[in-house]
Design a protein around this ligand. Structure first.
Ligand code: HEC
Length: 117
């Protein structure tokens, strides 16, 4: 009987901790005014390399590879939605979410036509 009771406590604690660690959805409003030109090679590639490529490198099993202009631009809207936790798991996995300014920058790069500049 005691063992069952302790198991119950342990399971409850586990569920509680798991639930409290769940990340909130990022609700940043995307700013449509992208006045500055965003440069892929100087800004977007480093942003992705620093925050995403450790898990999304060639040969990973997540279904998404983010290493160059071709594969980043092909899945740019999924990446953006994941950065915002909007309909996708919030990324980077296990957080913290990217700073809003970086998410805006990525959004502007998409709005400007995902240039390879
Ligand atoms: C610590 C490792 C890690 C980092 C860093 C990371 N990801 Fe992920 N990502 C994963 C894993 C693992 C999955 C697969 C999750 C699953 O299938 O349950 C995933 C899935 C995704 C998905 C699909 C999510 C969905 O709901 O279908 C997208 C899009 C994505 N990542 C984009 C990104 C972007 C963009 C970044 C950088 C801002 C990033 N990830 C950083 C590990 C990571």
């Amino acid at each position: 009987m005691k063992i069952t009771f302790y198991s119950f406590i342990v399971v409850s604690l586990f569920l509680f901790v798991t639930a409290s660690c769940k990340k909130d959805k990022v609700t940043s409003i995307l700013n449509p005014n992208c006045t500055d030109t965003i440069y892929f090679n100087q800004e977007i590639l480093p942003l992705i390399t620093d925050n995403c490529t450790s898990c999304h490198d060639v040969g990973n099993s997540t279904g998404y590879t983010f290493t160059n202009h071709t594969n980043i631009s092909a899945n740019a809207s999924s990446a953006l939605n994941a950065m915002r936790g909007d309909g996708f798991q919030l990324m980077p996995q296990n957080g913290p979410a990217l700073h809003d300014s970086l998410i805006q920058k990525f959004n502007c790069w998409i709005n400007q036509g995902k240039l390879n500049n």
